[in-house]
Write a protein that binds this ligand. Structure first.
Ligand code: GLN
Length: 262
């Protein structure tokens, strides 16, 4: 199989993608080797080359156990950088094999339709569903929550259905209707900044889904056990509290009894 250096539909050039589709700086185990080599390499400044932040940030910051970031399309490099700032090592996940050994995975913002297209004809969707069923922790942001949701409208498309919410894609309108706002949330007395870009609206929240933040009475941050999901983009701010909450609280929460064997 040959790689042309770009991924289908992403509209972005990926330089020096090797045979397995991972950046050369990622070692064989799929774990970032840290800030070595050319800092202007893939992803550029702030990208994968600058992943590792100051050591010792945060409790439970076990940099040895990577957190996965679904890296098919979208702003996954920003999530990787946020995890790096928390001194967590990161594995970019492009194939079902990349999920092996992970206990947490972030699904980034971007374009959910494109992500689904990239996964078409692969075992990735089934692997993600299995990952969730086996108690893997998931954090979906924007397009990520659209992938996780049970029902998707506006326009409709298939989804993993592992989070019991329905969403209306582009529920606020078009790109020009993107906005930012302060959001109170249940886990901290200080609000988080919500960056909404062609954001989905949550139209139904199932039993067992806890609403952690609302905007004008509508849920924008929800959690169901080991699944956390936001309709906005915490990775676009310098505030790492949501990523910290994911790795230190959601990922540390007990996994439910596996729904199916992996
Ligand atoms: N509306 C986009 C979608 O349908 C999501 C936008 C985003 O992730 N910023 O996937």
């Amino acid at each position: 199989m040959t790689h042309s250096g770009s991924r289908p539909g992403s509209g972005k050039e990926f330089t020096r993608v090797n045979r397995t589709g991972v950046y050369p700086r990622v070692n064989r185990a799929g774990v970032y080797a840290g800030k070595r080599g050319n800092p202007d390499g893939p992803g550029g400044p702030g990208g994968p080359g600058t992943l590792r932040g100051p050591a010792g940030v945060g409790k439970g910051g076990d940099a040895g156990v990577p957190v996965g970031v679904l890296a098919l399309q979208g702003d996954y490099a920003l999530h990787a950088a946020a995890l790096g700032a928390l001194d967590r090592s990161v594995r970019e996940v492009r194939t079902s094999h990349d999920l092996e050994g992970l206990s947490g995975l972030i699904l980034p913002g971007g374009e959910s339709t494109t992500m689904l297209k990239v996964m078409e004809g692969t075992d990735m969707e089934a692997a993600l569903t299995r990952f969730a069923g086996a108690g893997g922790a998931l954090f979906g942001t924007c397009a990520g929550i659209i992938l996780l949701a049970r029902g998707v409208t506006g326009p409709a498309q298939r989804s993993l259905g592992v989070l019991d919410v329905d969403v209306n894609r582009n529920g606020y309108g078009r790109q020009v209707d993107s906005f930012e706002t302060e959001l109170a949330w249940t886990e901290d007395s200080h609000p988080v900044r919500g960056v909404f870009i062609r954001a989905p609206r949550i139209t139904r929240v199932g039993d067992g889904v806890r609403v952690l933040s609302e905007r004008d009475g509508e849920p924008v941050l929800v959690r169901a056990g080991r699944i956390l999901a936001a309709t906005f983009h915490p990775e676009l701010t310098d505030d790492r509290r949501l990523h910290r909450y994911f790795v230190e609280t959601v990922m540390e929460a007990p996994a439910p009894a596996p729904a199916e064997a992996t």
